[in-house]
Ligand binder design. Structure first.
Ligand code: PBE
Length: 575
């Protein structure tokens, strides 16, 4: 059938665009409110030495779920601290608690409303179904555009993902209240709010709490996803471990998440009927807790006021001492971390996320002429779309000018000699790569951009394929990371191999897995090794199990990049 494609994607794009522009004010208000609340929570949880918080949490678990669990809690928390994940855990705990509070504050009234009105319920239920089945990743995309990268889009996405159970269970709980009790309260002449607060809600509480418990567990399950857009905490530790193939670290961080899950689960499950309620009443415990929280919050706010120093109009203050980074495993991230040490930028933070999120953040800041510092590299189309400059790097922490190498698995010359030859002879210039990148950025599909470039540069391609045997449909698997540079190069070389008779698959992975897969032979080749310095660590780890074909492009550069209108010139100026 020859029907034109319905431009659903484009409609959504323009809708999101419109929302972004129209509600800028609202978003920045929400952004600062949520971030402010989160900071308070983090401050409260990290006031005083860790042991104090551990004791309080353990006591709370003991109170709600008996002493053996309290002991278990203290052991878990001590272990987390010992493994070095205490700070991350505090971040995660704060994020989950805040998402939990938000789901209750928003979800409960919606649930009540749905329970009372069938028409509302008929509208909300399908929306909830939709929200729960849409992959949570998808929410991250508009969330980045609305809120920038950092913890807020993560919290919002978790909130959307997690709110459904609270609403559903509230509806269920209220509907399950026996009819005769409602009739009785009607008979006593109670109005609808009396009925709600004195009869329905109290009777529905166990069901509602089960929903809240589910919501909190769902929010916790979002922490890894949220770290893709820069949310800190245990999720970021897991993500970093994946992108660097660090099994041990992945397990430790994962285990910490499990511990936090158990603790939160026990507390929320038994909150309504604590195990030791007879000994100390709930009111007393919760009042003490509330007073403690408010008190620490106030104290840490006062302390914060005192330490607020430095020049409020300086670059640091205006960027909140944040450098916007990319995938945690990227070589440039290691360089940036080293640079922060080298140049003594102790109060700065490197935000982890992804290349796409970084670019979105840059676009946003650039449009509003706000200060921003990113980890940047060339060749990259961003230099032609925006007026940008590299900050001077007198210590050469970012390694100066580099090359991109082609690396193939051992034995490829035997199994696919033609592909081996082509990959070996693949070499092009920065302007070639840029041509493809700009095309892709302007909306051309990468495969098509590659084809067009090949058609326009037959002479160059002929040099690569010179003397290469036909592929006869043999499979070739190329791996790459979703950096703009490698999207371009991998698609071009992939198409060339295809035109020479190979059956090519491209697979997009994280940095560590990219090297590892070529080393263990599960992928055939990659054209994305930035050397000698950016990927040195990966290179050294795998160098005995790979074949290095040398550079396919020369003259690349990494560094910290700012828009031209930012009036500093060197990394040293950030101090
Ligand atoms: N980058 C920049 C790669 C190589 C240099 C993002 C394309 C990286 O940092 O690992």
């Amino acid at each position: 059938m020859n029907m034109p494609k319905i431009p659903l994607g484009e409609w959504i794009d323009s809708l999101v665009n419109w929302i972004t522009i129209t509600f800028t004010g609202l978003f920045s208000f929400l952004n600062s409110t949520i971030e402010g609340l989160l900071n308070i929570l983090v401050d409260v949880l990290s006031a005083g030495p860790p042991v104090v918080i551990m004791m309080i949490l353990a006591l709370l678990v003991t109170y709600t779920s008996k002493w053996p669990l309290g002991i278990f809690t203290i052991i878990c928390l001590l272990l987390i601290d010992n493994l070095g994940y205490w700070e991350s855990s505090i971040q995660t705990l704060a994020i989950v608690i805040l998402s939990g509070i938000l789901t209750v504050v928003v979800g409960l009234p919606i649930g009540v409303w749905c329970a009372q009105r069938k028409s509302v319920r008929n509208i909300i239920t399908p929306i909830l179904d939709f929200m729960q089945t849409m992959p949570a990743f998808v929410y991250l995309i508009p969330a980045i555009l609305f809120f920038g990268i950092g913890v807020v889009p993560g919290i919002i996405a978790s909130f959307i993902f997690a709110i459904a159970p609270t609403i559903r269970m509230t509806i269920l709980g209220i509907q399950e209240v026996p009819k005769d009790l409602i009739e009785a309260s009607d008979a006593f002449g109670s109005n609808s709010s009396q009925k709600l607060f004195k009869v329905q809600l109290p009777l529905a509480t166990p069901t509602i709490m089960a929903g809240v418990n589910q919501s909190i567990m769902l929010a916790l399950s979002m922490v890894v996803t949220a770290s893709l857009v820069g949310a800190p905490g245990l999720g970021a530790d897991v993500y970093r471990a994946v992108s660097q193939i660090n099994v041990g670290q992945g397990f430790e961080a994962g285990l910490s998440i499990v511990f936090i899950a158990i603790i939160l689960d026990r507390i929320t499950q038994n909150l309504r009927k604590p195990a030791y309620e007879r000994i100390v009443s709930r009111k007393i415990v919760f009042s003490i807790l509330a007073i403690l929280v408010v008190f620490t919050a106030l104290i840490s706010e006062v302390k914060n006021e005192e330490v607020e120093e430095g020049n409020p109009s300086g670059v640091g203050a205006q960027t909140e001492y944040e450098i916007i980074g990319i995938e945690p495993g990227a070589g440039i991230m290691t360089q940036a971390r080293n640079a922060m040490k080298d140049y003594g930028l102790d109060n700065w933070q490197l935000v982890e996320g992804s290349s796409a999120a970084m670019v979105a953040e840059l676009k946003k800041a650039y449009d509003q002429k706000e200060l921003i510092i990113i980890t940047g590299w060339s060749p990259h189309w961003m230099f032609s779309s925006f007026d940008l400059k590299y900050l001077d790097d007198p210590n050469e922490t970012f390694g100066g000018s580099e090359e991109i190498h082609t690396i193939v698995r051992k034995g490829l010359d035997q199994d696919a000699p033609g592909a081996n030859t082509i990959l070996d002879q693949f070499f092009w210039e920065t302007i070639d790569m840029e041509e493809v990148m700009v095309q892709i950025e302007e909306g051309t599909d990468p495969a098509q951009a590659a084809e067009e470039w090949i058609a326009a540069h037959q002479d160059k391609v002929a040099q690569w394929t010179n003397g290469a045997q036909e592929g006869n449909g043999n499979p070739i698997k190329l791996v790459y990371v979703a950096w703009d540079t490698e999207i371009a190069s991998t698609h071009v070389i992939g198409k060339v191999l295809e035109q020479n008779g190979y059956n090519v698959t491209l697979s997009q992975v994280e940095v560590g897995p990219m090297f590892a897969s070529v080393a263990n032979g599960s992928a055939d080749a990659m054209v994305a090794a930035w050397l000698p310095s950016t990927h040195l660590e990966y290179y050294n780890t795998y160098k005995d199990d790979i074949v290095d074909f040398g550079p396919n492009l020369q003259g690349t550069k990494n560094g910290l990049v700012v828009p031209e209108y930012v009036d500093i010139d060197s990394i040293e100026d950030l101090k």
